[in-house]
Write a protein that binds this ligand. Structure first.
Ligand SMILES: Nc1nc2c(c(=O)[nH]1)N[C@H]1C(S)=C(S)[C@@H](COP(=O)(O)OP(=O)(O)OC[C@H]3O[C@@H](n4cnc5c(=O)[nH]c(N)nc54)[C@H](O)[C@@H]3O)O[C@H]1N2
Ligand SMILES: Nc1nc2c(c(=O)[nH]1)N[C@H]1C(S)=C(S)[C@@H](COP(=O)(O)OP(=O)(O)OC[C@H]3O[C@@H](n4cnc5c(=O)[nH]c(N)nc54)[C@H](O)[C@@H]3O)O[C@H]1N2
Ligand code: SF4
Ligand SMILES: [Mo]
Length: 744
């Protein structure tokens, strides 16, 4: 009998970051037994075919997340300024009625959705929340990828015809890996699924290959491995343009292959003409000779003299900079021109268990959208408008302005730069937050709805499967029943659609499911059956595995490795099947590169960049009792920059910009290049409903980072969040503040 067994073990996988580590969860009890179902322990799954026992403390904290007493337990409604518990029926009925009124009075565009980062780790969540607003007839989907990777999504749409195509560096075979703006040891990288990234990079060196880390800070990764190349913040596009210049204008790279698989080769080469390494030296701070050597070494490794190919890669340290789209375009161009794209040891384009590309096209994601923001300025990228434009969409006089906002798995008040959004939110008639916690965004919400955590729902990592270094597939059932009144977003958004008088018809697959879901809920068993059916059909369609096989092998299965030569000329999704090396908007954006050159090279200026911590995850890991929490955030800067400003190590400083100021402790280190200030984001929870997080010191760096349309990448809509000029001043007294009194 179930209750007589002390505990059971369930295999699942973590969905906090892109690694998707295999986990084994030990569970005791049943939902009906005294004390209920309890997660006793979360361990790394050594049987997982890819992560093979790798995981981090955040995944091991999933049990603590599940049982956290500060988690939302019931829907909350704002009454007299406070949030009070109400039942689901009341919440859904009231929200539905307000949506109906708004839509009938002001039209469908009055309703908007913001999807935060964790929503993209749940297929059902992404599908149904999108389906909800689209069923209302609103294009107003905003997403966290516009404060993260819109640059990549936009550039891939233009070059490869689909936002989801991102060549993956073949790290297990490469001879040279050039990594810009990522800290793999801490973050495990992004737009790439690789377990134990630092271990994988170390193996490159053990094979006799090279790892080059381009970063303004000597990161934890650079301290452990590779060659560190410090760069001035925001200037990677100059470095990359110069590398292209060296190869095409000095080294006479053979372009025959490129001409066969791409169009725009001549325009691209012409565009590289003015960007000499000498010019790049002045702005990047990297000597011209080093740039030349990097370019020629890269091309030589590409030629496979040691057998193995080379890969250029960038992550958020470049995406969030002023020229993220230009940089990603140049990286793709360099990888292709040197013959590294679609080749062993270079970069490969994985397929996944089913064709995500075709699926995306079927459901209307990832193509250029006809929709524009009300001012006509911004288009959707990967199905969503840039969130940095949301404040204007709320405050504009346009009749189509946003009046109701649903925020799901997001904390935009905290995560979006500047104060525009925070100041715009009071103009809304309705703000609903769907979350695990009462986060800072909920401070402004009319309703807060409690969602399930990942142990409480089944899933398949559909949105990341085409980014896997080692292709694999895994299905997880829900490990435990939802606690309290928590509901999964699939159900919440389908119920919201029904309460608002619409059926989600925006996405083909989701068509009839809300109704089916409602019927299924009356049956014993899971309301997730709709998702399982979709996954089963998709896997059958892909013919690489089946849901049945994944159920039999709960630790996951390996899929056939990505074949070199399977992308170019075969799966490029542009109309003519050729890679576009010279998209007009990117060529035009080079003018901005030219215009900013002198400013970025200015000496004596301090520029702000970010950093992550292994124990944190954006703004939402600070309440986890399994994690020994860092004591808030600390600014890092070079001792000489500090001395110039009378700043002493360990004291309180003010970091300020034209946008705002924060006060926090400073640590001096020569690991940070001169002219750089590093402040981690995601901190400052003074108003949070999560009590442990609230008690921690820390400040929100986005109070200092400028926001809004003036600070967006004009091509992709990505918010420019790095390399802004700041000043650092000692706080009067200049003494180290005790932890508990550090400024929030
Ligand atoms: N532990 C942990 N892991 C995470 C997360 C987390 O919060 N915590 N977040 C997850 C998410 S959502 C994402 S998107 C990924 C992000 O993963 P990464 O992109 O690897 O993010 P970071 O670790 O912040 O590394 C960015 C690096 O860019 C450097 N940098 C800053 N400005 C510049 C510049 O102008 N040029 C160059 N070349 N480098 C620059 C910074 O110094 C920093 O070392 O991490 C994911 N993994
Ligand atoms: N200055 C600066 N700002 C940054 C960054 C930076 O490097 N510097 N990084 C940016 C990046 S890369 C990202 S991805 C964004 C993230 O931006 P957001 O996605 O807006 O914010 P997060 O802090 O990730 O908050 C996620 C919220 O989702 C909730 N949550 C977690 N799991 C679930 C779930 O399963 N269901 C539901 N419904 N809710 C859930 C959490 O409780 C939390 O409140 O922040 C960006 N902001
Ligand atoms: S590295 Fe950590 S957060 Fe990322 S999937 Fe693995 S356990 Fe989860
Ligand atoms: Mo992110």
């Amino acid at each position: 009998m179930e209750t007589s067994r002390p505990s059971r073990q369930v295999r699942t996988f973590c969905r906090i970051c892109e690694v998707h580590c295999g986990l084994v969860v030990e569970v005791a009890g049943t939902p009906s037994s005294p004390g209920g179902e309890r997660v006793l322990k979360v361990s790394p799954d050594r049987e997982h075919p890819v992560s093979r026992g790798y995981c981090c403390v955040k995944g091991l904290g999933l049990g603590a997340l599940h049982h956290d007493e500060d988690r939302l337990a019931t829907p909350l409604k704002r009454v007299d300024g406070g949030l009070v518990p109400i039942g689901w029926d009341q919440a859904l009925a009231e929200i539905g009625a307000r949506v109906r009124d708004l839509v009938s009075e002001h039209g469908p565009r009055s309703v908007a959705l913001y999807q935060g980062n964790p929503s993209f780790f749940s297929l059902a969540h992404t599908l149904m929340s999108t389906a909800f607003v689209e069923a209302l007839g609103s294009p107003n989907v905003f997403a966290s990828h516009s404060i993260d990777v819109n640059t990549k999504f936009h550039v891939s749409t233009e070059m490869y015809g689909a936002s989801l195509v991102h060549p993956v560096p073949d790290l297990e075979h490469t001879e040279m890996f050039v990594c810009l703006g990522s800290n793999p040891l801490v973050s495990q990288m992004s737009v790439l699924t690789v377990a134990d990234a630092a271990g994988v990079l170390q193996r490159i060196e053990q094979r006799g290959g090279r790892v080059v880390i381009v970063d303004p800070r000597r990161t934890e990764t650079a301290q452990r491995l590779g060659e560190h190349l410090p760069i001035r913040p925001g200037t990677d596009a100059y470095l990359l343009a110069a590398m292209l210049h060296v190869l095409t204008h000095e080294e006479g790279l053979d372009l025959a292959h490129a001409r066969r698989v791409a169009r725009g080769v001549e325009e691209l080469v012409a565009a590289a003409a003015p960007w000499t390494p000498e010019r790049a030296e002045a702005v990047t701070g990297i000597p011209a000779a080093t740039i030349r050597a990097l370019a020629t070494d890269y091309a030589a490794a590409s030629a496979g003299q040691g057998g193995g190919g080379a890969a250029l890669y960038c992550s958020t340290g470049v995406n969030m900079g002023p020229f993220g789209s230009l940089a990603y375009w140049l990286i793709q161009a360099l990888n292709l021109l040197t013959g590294n794209l679609d080749r062993r040891g270079g970069l490969l384009v994985p397929r996944g268990a089913f064709d995500t590309l075709r699926l995306a096209r079927l459901v209307g994601l990832g193509s250029f959208d006809e929709h524009r923001t009300t001012d006509g300025r911004w288009h959707r990228v990967a199905g969503a408008f840039p969130v940095a434009a949301l404040a204007d969409e709320i405050t504009t006089d346009h009749p189509d302005r946003v009046r109701a906002l649903f925020v799901t798995a997001g904390n935009p008040v905290h995560s979006v730069p500047g104060s525009d959004l925070r100041e715009a939110l009071p103009r809304l008639d309705l703000l609903v937050s769907v979350d695990l916690y009462r986060n800072e965004t909920a401070d402004h919400a009319d309703y807060v709805l409690p969602a399930t955590d990942m142990l409480e729902r089944g899933d398949y990592p559909a949105s990341h499967q085409s980014l896997q270094l080692v292709p694999h597939a895994q299905w997880t059932p829900p490990v435990v029943e939802p606690l309290g009144e928590r509901r999964n977003e699939w159900q919440i958004f389908s119920d919201l659609a029904l309460a608002s008088g619409v059926r989600p018809i925006g996405l083909t697959a989701a068509h009839a499911l809300p109704r089916l879901n409602r019927l299924l809920r009356r049956l014993p068993g899971s309301p997730q059956l709709g998702l399982e059916q979709i996954i089963a059909v998709l896997l059958r369609w892909g013919r690489r595995t089946s849901l049945r096989e994944l159920r039999q092998k709960p630790e996951g299965v390996l899929l056939p490795p990505t074949e070199p030569g399977s992308f170019l000329g075969h799966r490029v999704a542009t109309p003519d099947g050729l890679v576009d090396l010279a998209p007009a908007d990117l060529l035009a954006d080079l003018a901005r590169l030219e215009a900013a050159e002198a400013d970025l090279a200015r000496p004596g200026v301090l520029r702000l960049v970010g950093r992550r911590d292994r124990r944190s995850h954006n703004s939402w890991m600070h309440n986890n009792s399994h994690i020994r929490q860092p004591a808030g955030n600390t600014a890092l800067m070079h001792p000489d920059d500090a001395a110039d400003r009378g700043v002493a190590d360990g004291t309180q400083v003010q970091v300020s910009s034209a946008t705002g100021a924060v006060t926090l402790p400073v640590a001096l280190t020569t690991d940070v290049a001169r002219g750089v200030v590093v402040v981690p984001h995601g901190w400052g929870h003074a108003t949070s409903g999560a009590r442990r997080a609230r008690a921690l010191p820390g400040v929100n760096v986005n109070d200092v980072v400028p926001g809004g349309p003036a600070h967006m990448d004009p091509v992709s809509g990505q918010a420019i969040m790095l390399a802004h000029e700041v000043e650092v001043t000692p706080v009067s007294g200049g003494v180290t503040a005790p932890r508990s009194s550090a400024t929030r």
